[in-house]
Design a binder for this molecule. Structure first.
Ligand code: ATP
Length: 236
């Protein structure tokens, strides 16, 4: 059974149909990428899965539970978190306080200290800067903080919306390395990316989204070798 199963999902913004009945799944332990151009529907997919945007039709099943109509805060308790596009850390709070906010979605606050240590080990840069105001962190550090905050609740599924956006090539590599290591540690990952090359390279499987439809799917390797993907997303 898949950890996440999306079936015939349709989302509208008023009369505009942003998702036209998409179906895909993510198995436990996998990294799965959704790639697509601007406006393809990637963010809408992620926001709808986590209960921030209502769907008009279709179902979302997470860990055996139908969460199609479940509000976001309840879904988070079931073990799914997301890092939204643009990172959105609490700018005025310190690194530590941001991580503390992440722990609020964890039912078991008794493990807070251990969770914090785990995140500081995984992101040594955050440990060095625990008292720094988040708004003064670099873009890459803010991305790490957003990921660290999402991981405080020990999610089964972590969804990341364009984690490489706006980062220098070196930092992009670092972020993808961290995603790989998070996955190795047992977290299943759903990635949404325009940086198709890097994301497919670390993914078990991927789906190509175009105008609200899934038009292609395969293993990361297959998609990287696909002529269509090469032409449209990998610069020829
Ligand atoms: P990007 O890579 O540019 O972030 P995306 O693949 O994440 O794009 P979405 O943000 O999901 O795409 O948008 C899908 C479609 O839905 C687009 O045509 C977009 O204009 C439209 N859309 C998104 N949000 C809204 C909204 N709040 N109201 C109306 N239309 C919207």
């Amino acid at each position: 059974m898949a950890l996440l199963e999306v079936k015939d999902l349709e989302v509208y913004y008023g009369v505009i149909c942003a998702l036209k009945g998409i179906s895909f799944d993510v198995n436990e332990g996998e990294i799965v990428t959704l790639i697509g151009a601007n406006g393809a529907g990637k963010t809408t997919t992620m926001q709808s899965i986590i209960g921030l945007i209502p769907s008009r039709a279709g179902t979302v099943t997470f860990d055996g539970t139908d969460v199609t109509k479940t509000p976001c805060h309840k879904i988070v308790h079931l073990g799914m978190t997301q890092v939204p596009e643009g990172r959105r850390v609490f700018q005025e709070l310190t690194v530590y306080e941001n991580l503390l906010m992440g722990a609020y979605s964890n039912k078991n606050n008794a493990t807070f200290k251990d969770d914090l240590e785990r995140i500081y080990t995984q992101f040594p840069r955050l440990a060095e800067r625990k008292s720094q105001i988040a708004g003064t962190l670099s873009g890459g550090e803010q991305q790490m903080l957003a990921m660290g905050r999402a991981l405080m609740s020990k999610p089964k599924l972590l969804m990341l919306d364009e984690p490489s956006m706006g980062l220098s090539p070196l930092l992009v590599d670092q972020v993808f390395d961290i995603i790989k290591s998070i996955n190795k540690d047992g977290t299943t990952v759903l990635l949404v990316e325009q940086n198709a090359g890097k994301s497919l390279a670390i993914s078990d499987r991927g789906y190509v989204l175009e105008n609200g439809n899934i038009v292609l799917s395969g293993t990361g390797k297959e998609l990287m070798q696909s002529e269509e993907v090469k032409k449209a997303y990998l610069g020829g």
